[in-house]
Design a protein around this ligand. Structure first.
Ligand SMILES: NC(=O)c1ccc[n+]([C@@H]2O[C@H](COP(=O)([O-])OP(=O)(O)OC[C@H]3O[C@@H](n4cnc5c(N)ncnc54)[C@H](O)[C@@H]3O)[C@@H](O)[C@H]2O)c1
Length: 331
């Protein structure tokens, strides 16, 4: 069977992570690395053989042998890249959020429809065993009444990610899960935010969602864990779903494996996101990429977030951000 050939557009930190994980999968050719900065593209391509680098997306899209484009640019540039790739007949993985405006999201949904190509927004938690298993267990707990999802990170990351409101950039992972679990439309969104770090967007964000079926959800994200001097970041994420007949929980999604060393102190080691064991990506990220490849090969039916669902999670995230900014004490 022919290898699937891919282009990575956006050679920042996360573009590098895609390259690392894709290199560990079989049956893949990384054909292009594209970035506005040739230097960044070159640095991510270092060590790859037969990979071309370019600053010109048109050159990538014109490549007839290319199957798919992975969009890892900043959030507000997702549309410009993904739309061109879809129009050129390429399958697309776009990092979350699908886009940063309703208009851009709609344009991508339309482009995917008219191209007939797969457009996967990279909501990797749907491929995390525990979050996916929780969804399968929902039939055991009756009607879902409330959900609490939290995602708290290290301050050092916020220097980069404060460029986009955290409801859209970060809590959107949880919004996607909450919508998947509750299966009802959000009718009201209440956002409460605080800007304690003085950056472009608030670093403390609480969102309360009211659904048409009467369920309530809280999505909470902050960036107040102290920065670490070591390679591992501190973070704390999880979800709790309460129904009429039971409660389902994923607690602290990287817990269960700690290393305490004299050099680094206590570290929580990732086992669930991008963990690689025996040269194979084992976490949700690897599972998501393997699924995408299998879909392209016609070996699997697509089960990730649909473009319409990704657009809905953006609608809800935007409602929260707008509601919070309408309150005078919530900046
Ligand atoms: N799923 C996750 O857990 C997760 C984690 C981190 C980042 N992300 C997402 O990954 C994406 C990239 O994040 P990052 O941390 O790598 O950002 P980054 O700013 O480090 O890198 C983005 C790169 O894209 C390049 N770029 C910008 N516009 C471009 C364009 N139009 N064409 C080509 N290149 C362009 C920039 O030069 C830069 O090198 C974001 O959407 C972010 O939300 C997801």
């Amino acid at each position: 069977m022919q290898n699937v050939s891919l282009a990575i557009v956006g050679a920042g930190e996360f573009g590098r992570r895609y390259v690392q994980s894709l290199q560990e999968l079989s049956g893949i050719d990384i054909r292009w690395i594209c970035d506005h900065s040739a230097e960044k593209a070159q640095s991510v391509a270092d060590g790859l053989s037969d990979t071309r680098i370019t600053t010109d997306l048109t050159e990538v899209c014109a490549d007839k042998a290319l199957d798919a484009v992975i969009v890892v640019t900043p959030e507000n540039a997702h549309r410009v890249v993904a739309e061109q790739a879809l129009q050129a007949g390429k399958h697309v993985i776009v990092e979350k959020p699908l886009a940063t405006t309703a208009e851009d999201a709609q344009a991508l949904v339309d482009a995917a429809k008219s191209s007939g190509k797969l457009l996967m927004t990279a909501f990797l938690l749907r491929f995390d065993y525990r979050y996916a298993r929780l969804q399968q267990q929902l039939t055991e707990i009756g009607t879902v009444r409330n959900v609490y999802a939290y995602r708290n990170f290290d301050r050092s990351l916020f220097a980069l990610y404060s460029r986009t409101h955290s409801f859209l950039e970060n809590a959107i992972h949880d919004i996607d899960l909450v919508l998947w679990y509750v299966q009802s439309r959000v009718k009201k969104a209440h956002g409460f935010c605080r800007n304690t770090l003085g950056r472009e967007n608030p670093d403390v964000n609480w969102g309360v969602l009211e659904f048409e079926n009467d369920a309530i959800a809280v999505v909470q994200t902050s960036w107040l864990y102290p920065p670490q001097a070591h390679e591992r970041l501190q973070w704390n994420t999880g979800v709790q779903v309460m129904g009429d007949q039971g409660v389902l929980e994923v607690r602290f999604d990287s817990d269960g494996f700690r290393a305490s060393t004299e050099n680094a102190g206590q570290l929580v080691l990732d086992q669930t996101g991008w963990a690689t064991i025996h040269d194979e990506p084992r976490g949700a990220f690897g599972a998501m990429l393997r699924h995408f490849i299998k879909c392209l090969r016609g070996e699997s039916e697509y089960c990730g977030t649909t473009p319409e669902e990704a657009m809905e999670s953006l609608r809800v995230a935007t409602m929260l951000a707008e509601d919070s900014s309408s309150k005078s004490d919530s900046t």
